[in-house]
Write a protein that binds this ligand. Structure first.
Ligand SMILES: Nc1ncnc2c1ncn2[C@@H]1O[C@H](COP(=O)(O)OP(=O)(O)OP(=O)(O)O)[C@@H](O)[C@H]1O
Ligand SMILES: [Mg+2]
Length: 334
């Protein structure tokens, strides 16, 4: 079965054709991130206008470049995200579904992040413990099967990606901050492999729950940099990265200890962080636990994950039931 996935929740306009939920036939992502670098973050109105410019060329490219032309169904992100951006993808998907009389399935963008791990010949075994860490959300969920998710914990304030982005901004690094901080941290750690990174707090790390909090990190970075203007910026990158990774490791492995899953899955844009990937892989190996982490281009927003999620969560919907829901959480069905 071939599914056309459409993703427009934020500043990426993406379309992809995926076969049987596991094989990417063609995937294209157009990003307006370059534009947002100038403003140091996303301006929703501008992001939506860029979506409008890109949506037809992106869908056209996906369908033209795909060696297989027949589409059996369409999956589209309905939330969470920016309302203006979401509406562009949803209306395009509904129009195609109506014109070509194809089924249309609404997709939860956060659940779709997890499906980056299913675009593979060797999919994870259930139950899976998933850490979804993205620009706007950070959640730990237990996935007992397709469509069977249980939320276990998550951030009480800033998302992990947001913590990278906001601290990067304080350090004068470009948007999005995650890749810039990751690079600075690697530069520092390559030169100082045994350096103990203890400068910034790890809030809630020992609390008896699966929640975390990252909003204090930016305040800590601000205070420290105001009083210590000469500290190597690459060290500060490594300190920020380690503070975030330590909390994510502690809470995720606490959940693993309790729920005893078959597999551990990373997902979302922050899963592109090499130190996070390596740290999780090492801990999972110690426990002999199956560890899955998407290829880098599938961590951040794309439409292949939307199409995969569509395939594994097929339900019948009428066009009038497909509506944008900017506030959707990972716990909501769609
Ligand atoms: N190498 C990296 N290290 C750390 N963070 C990274 C890296 N690459 C990307 N990120 C972060 O990932 C985030 C973007 O991820 P993603 O595209 O999944 O978020 P989003 O779609 O904007 O948010 P959401 O999925 O919550 O709606 C940004 O915050 C970015 O800084
Ligand atoms: Mg995302």
């Amino acid at each position: 079965m071939r599914i056309l996935g459409i993703e427009t929740s934020c500043d990426e306009t993406a379309a992809a054709v995926v076969e049987d939920g596991v094989k990417i036939v063609f995937s294209v992502v157009a990003s307006s991130a370059e534009m947002h670098i100038k403003t140091g973050g996303i301006i929703p109105e501008k992001a939506a206008r860029e979506q409008l410019k890109s949506i037809i060329p992106v869908i056209d490219e996906a369908l033209k470049e795909s060696p297989i032309k027949t589409i059996d169904a369409i999956g589209v992100t309905v939330g969470p995200g920016l309302i203006g951006s979401l509406l562009v993808g949803i209306e395009a998907a509904k129009t195609l579904a109506y014109a070509f009389q194809k089924p249309i399935i609404p997709v939860n963008h956060l659940v779709a992040h997890i499906y980056a791990n299913f675009l593979s010949d060797t999919p994870p075994q259930f139950p899976c413990l998933c850490l979804v860490v993205s620009g706007g959300h950070s959640d730990i969920v237990l996935m007992k099967g397709h469509g069977d998710l249980e939320w276990i914990g998550g951030t009480r304030d800033d998302a992990a990606g947001e913590a990278f982005d906001k601290t990067a901004r304080l350090l004068g690094l470009p948007y999005p901050g995650g890749p810039a901080i990751g690079l600075g941290a690697k530069t520092f750690m390559d030169k100082n492999p045994d350096f103990k990174l203890t400068l910034f707090p790890r809030p809630m790390i020992t609390d008896d729950n699966f929640d975390f909090s990252f909003s204090g990190l930016k305040t800590a970075v601000l205070r420290y940099t105001e009083n210590n203007k000469d500290t190597d910026i690459n060290q500060l990158c490594a300190e920020v990265q380690q503070a975030i990774v330590d909390v994510l490791i502690a809470k995720t492995f606490k959940a693993i200890n309790k729920y005893k899953p078959q597999s551990l899955l990373l997902a979302g844009g922050v899963a592109a962080n090499l130190h996070l990937r390596e740290s999780f892989a090492k801990k999972a190996k110690e426990l002999d636990l199956g560890f899955y982490c998407p290829p880098l281009p599938l961590c951040t927003d794309n439409a292949a994950t939307i199409a995969s999620c569509t395939f594994f969560n097929q339900k019948t919907f009428s066009l009038k039931d497909i509506e944008a829901n900017p506030e959707l959480t990972i716990n909501d069905a769609f």
